[in-house]
Design a protein. Structure first.
Length: 165
């Protein structure tokens, strides 16, 4: 008897599966940000502060222009948040060596500690989920997330990052 191959059904593209994917993103984001939100509220900070602290910590010496490109917020919004973080001693701004108009951003020791606290729960959540899902699922998740991210930002994830970079 011949082995009849059935076409693969794209069950994951059905309306219900797509809607469940949307809901999972909402619920995951809610739970992923809950711990940091509690810490941020102690300082009178919000999620914009967290994003600035995270990316400045991830890319020490980045320019304000680069940060604006990542966050895609207005200069006015960034100025308010960044000004508060600088004033309260979480971030320092240095002038660029080649272009003195540039402002290079770096976390202070106080900023490094806050970033560590904010990211600890998130790193644990991601690590637990990755361990439970396994390597193939982790790569699948990465591919799905890259597919959601705007094409212009995908190149950021093309090369492996050095530890601590």
């Amino acid at each position: 008897m011949a082995d009849i191959k059935m076409p693969t059904r794209l069950l994951f593209l059905r309306e219900e599966e797509l809607r469940q994917g949307i809901e999972l993103l909402y619920f995951a984001y809610r739970d992923f940000t809950r711990g940091p939100d509690e810490i941020l509220s102690e300082y009178g900070f919000g999620r914009a502060h967290h994003r600035v602290i995270y990316f400045v910590g991830r890319h020490p010496g980045m320019t304000v222009s680069d940060l604006l490109g990542i966050l895609r917020i207005t200069k006015q919004s960034l100025s308010r948040v960044l000004g508060q973080l600088v004033e309260e001693g979480f971030i320092i701004q240095d002038k660029g060596e080649r272009d003195r108009r540039q402002r290079l951003l770096t976390l202070t020791e106080k900023g490094v500690e806050l970033e560590r606290q904010l990211s600890q729960n998130q790193r644990e959540r991601i690590a637990r989920a990755y361990r439970n899902a396994g390597a193939d699922a982790v790569e699948g998740f990465r591919q799905v997330m890259l597919g959601i991210v705007d094409e212009a930002d995908r190149a950021r994830f093309d090369r492996p990052r050095e530890p601590g970079a």
